[in-house]
Structures are given as C-alpha cells and as structure tokens.
Design a protein around this ligand. Structure first.
Ligand code: UDX
Length: 435
C-alpha cells in the first residue's frame, strides 16, 4: 500500500514509521521545511525510544520518505492520513480544527483515483463529516471515503503500542475503505488483534471515551489516596485489591501528583465541550477535570506542609519534570504547578530530568537545571520525586542522605518504601500510604 501521512508530529511520525516497517511505502508530509530537512538528515524532532532507529531503517530500505510537497504522495496514495495537531482552542476547551480543515482542503485538490482519507488526529464527533464535506465541496469529482482511525499511543511506548495494540478502531461504512484499512493493518490482523469496524461518529467518540475513562480511573485512585492518608490505609494495596477484579483491572491505578501530558487534559476538556454542545452534562468528566487540576496545584502545598509550613529561603530539589518517564514532554506536567507555587512561596528550585530540561527551560524561570540527580540534591533541604524515571528508582540513598542538608524526601510516585526510608533515617512522605 502507498500511504501519505500529513503532519510529522508525534502521531504522524510514529504511525508513518510503523506503517513503513509493516512494509508499506510511506511519505510523511509537513509544511515545516526545517523539520523535513532535519528528518531527511536523520534528525528526530521528538523524544521517543526506538524511533530514530526505526526511521533510519525504513529510510534506508526506501519505504519512508519526508517532503514538504504533498502533490505526488497524495496523487499516488491508497490512503492519506491526517495526523495534524488539534490543540485546545484558547479560552473554551474546544479542539482547534483549523489544521485538520486546512489538510482536508489541500488533499481535495490532489486526489487521483479512489483514495481513503483517514483522520488519525483526535477530533470531535462529526469532524469526519466535515472533512467529507470540505473535500466534496473543493473537488466534486473526487472518488474517496473518509475514515476515522483513532490512535491510542502512549508517549514513551508508542512503537510498541502501534505494533501490538489492544485493538484497532476503524470508523466507516464504506466497504472498499474497510478493505484498504484491513490491508494496511494486515500484519496485526495475522496476530489476531481485534479490528473494530464501526460507524465514523462512534469511532470518533471511542477515542475520547477511552481517554476520559483512563483519566477518571487515575483521578479516582488519587482521591482514594487522599482518603488513605486520612484514615490510615495504603493506596497501593487498595489498588492491588481492587485491580485484581477483572472487571476493574490493575492498570492506571497508580496514585500520583495528577495526570498531565498532551492527551488527557486536552481530550477531557474537549469531551466536556462536546457534551455541553450536545446538551448532555458530562458530570463525571467535568469532575475529573476539576479534581485533577486542583490536585496538581495542591502537590506544592503537600511539600510545604511537610517542611513545616514555610519554605522561604529553602532549597528544594525536584527529580523529574516531564509529565511521565521516557518522554521530554512538559505539556500540563504537574511539575509546572509545583515549581510555580514553591517559588512563589520563597523556595529556590534545583531540578534534574533525563530528557525534558530543554523543554522545561522554555516554561520555568529561575530553576537551576542540574547535571544529574545527585547534583540536584546537593545542599538541598528536601528532594521531591515528581516523575518516576527508572534511574530514580535505585538511588544511592546513603549518598542522597549525605548530600541533603536535611534528610527530607517527598515521593510523589511511591517508588520507595516508607518503612525502609524510615529505617535509613529519612523524613519521608509519599502519596496515599499512611504506613
Ligand atoms: C495517553 C493514553 O494512554 C494514550 O492511549 C493516548 O493515545 C494518549 O494519552 P500518554 O499521555 O502518553 O497517553 O501517557 P499515559 O501513560 O497514559 O499517562 C498519562 C498521565 O497519567 C501521566 O501524567 C501519568 O503520570 C498519569 N498516570 C498514568 C498516573 O498518574 N497513574 C497511572 O496509573 C497511569
């Protein structure tokens, strides 16, 4: 199959590289000439384990191409994917669809022969209909079908998620388009990955419902963690106790400082807007949004309270800034709220993150970015573990204790054991573990 992928952001690049690795011929298209130049010279604009090698291999084997000119790629394509950004529109939580609409117009003029136009970007219910209408209006003779095919990729695990997904969702009732989509995903089909073929609107909603449900699951366990702290229980054991029930499942039950990232915050807001406009008050989704936002803000207070209610003049070391490990993504990261509040309260911040310090440097002011975890900890009054990078899971705790001015540890990801930290002479607190 010949694939044109519009947008070389996170989703476009990972999907393009993986489709090429399946054996298809993929051309990734982006208006940003610098990005395309960099990609053609082996540079990867995002941090994603394994992606550089996957791109290099498929470029080398002549299945993956990068260009700013969509003409030939779209004319020759069996499927054109729209994988452009849908950021939150300023002020109202709506997904901004201007890039999707522009891509649809561009595609329309170039279609040649039957072509499947696939929306991979996360788009509100009904966007497939809009893309359909734009193409039809721009090029009434075009022979095409618009399909919704949402992605469920996690940053840091995106290649594995693409190649070994729990399911593939295809939204269309166009038979020929279903055939093309099945052919594209055939390597997965042979592995018996379920392919759900459904109506386009249902497919669009599946994506939002999945992300909102996961965000709700995390928010639920975070509230239970608060309760555990007050009643003397342990949230990790509660998670295990409920997660072993197959109806609940053990994943996404890690209590922490609140979810962040490029998807959950944006998609829950967008789903809330979709509900509002459809006259359906999505009370659970709205609560999840509010509870999570408040939680991220409250995490700094947890640190301040732990340090006796006053952090002015104190130095605090943050380990981890990205919204989760294995990414350099700082979007909606809890660290942003934590740093802001601690600085407002008079603390000096030292920080180390293995990947996101360059990104963080654009967002955070007056933070001393350090060369490693021990450098950050040196002469600090407390260390706060914000992101559970593997390299923070087995720190040399004797060294940590020697380097700290005071042996204070706030572990917002529960990666150390309270009893063990106590034995080692740390003053330690974590999330939802009263013992
Ligand atoms: C998510 C979805 O998982 C993915 O399917 C979708 O396509 C995009 O959004 P991503 O944002 O990359 O992926 O990260 P994910 O691993 O889902 O984590 C999201 C946030 O939830 C992170 O801030 C993480 O720390 C937090 N989280 C996750 C928890 O606090 N507890 C958990 O148990 C799981």
């Amino acid at each position: 199959m010949r694939v044109a992928m519009i947008g070389t952001g996170y989703v476009g690049l990972v999907s393009g590289a993986c489709f090429a690795d399946f054996g298809h011929v993929v051309t990734c298209i982006d208006k940003d000439a610098r990005k395309i130049d960099a990609l053609n010279n082996g540079g990867i604009p995002i941090y994603e384990p394994g992606l550089q090698q996957l791109v290099a291999k498929n470029v080398e084997e002549d299945r993956l191409f990068f260009t700013t000119d969509p003409t030939d790629a779209i004319r020759n394509a069996d499927a054109v994917f729209i994988a452009v950004g849908t950021p939150t529109r300023r002020g109202d939580g709506h997904a901004d669809l201007s890039y999707v609409h522009a891509a649809a117009e561009e595609i329309a003029g170039l279609l040649d022969g039957f072509t499947v136009v696939v929306t991979k970007s996360t788009v509100p219910v009904g966007t497939g209909d809009e893309v359909d209408a734009i193409i039809r209006r721009t090029n009434p003779d075009a022979d095409f079908a618009v399909v919704s095919n949402p992605e469920f990729l996690r940053e840091g695990a995106a290649i594995n998620d693409f190649k070994r997904p729990d399911r593939v969702v295809v939204g269309t009732d166009h038979e020929e388009a279903v055939k093309v989509m099945r052919e594209l995903y055939r390597p997965l089909y042979l592995n018996e990955t379920p392919i759900i073929v459904t109506q386009r609107r249902t497919s669009e909603l599946i994506k939002y419902a999945a992300n909102a449900f996961l965000a709700a699951k995390i928010t639920f366990i975070n509230e239970i963690a608060d309760l555990c702290e007050s009643v003397g229980a342990n949230v990790q054991e509660v998670s295990r106790g409920i997660g072993l029930d197959n109806r609940i499942g053990g994943k996404f039950l890690h209590a922490g400082p609140g979810y962040g990232g490029s998807c959950f915050p944006k998609d829950t807001l967008a789903l809330s807007r979709i509900g509002h406009e459809a006259g359906v008050d999505l009370k659970i989704v709205n609560s999840v949004i509010d509870v999570n936002a408040a939680r991220k803000k409250r995490m700094a207070d947890k640190v301040i309270d732990f340090l006796g209610g006053d952090v002015s003049g104190k130095t605090i070391a943050l380990l981890g800034l990205a919204f989760k490990p294995n990414t350099d993504d700082m979007r909606d990261a809890p660290s942003i709220d934590i740093v802001t509040k601690l600085q407002e309260s008079g603390a000096t911040i030292r920080a180390y993150d293995p990947a996101s310090m360059a990104e963080a440097g654009h967002i955070m002011k007056d933070v001393l970015f350090c060369d490693g975890p021990y450098h950050a900890i040196e002469n600090s009054d407390a260390v706060v573990i914000v992101t559970e990078w593997d390299q923070f899971r087995a720190l040399d705790l004797d060294r940590v204790k020697k380097l700290l001015r005071e042996p204070n540890v706030v572990d917002l990801r529960n990666i150390y054991e309270p009893a063990d930290m106590d034995d080692r002479g740390f003053k330690y607190t974590s999330v939802g573990r009263a013992y």
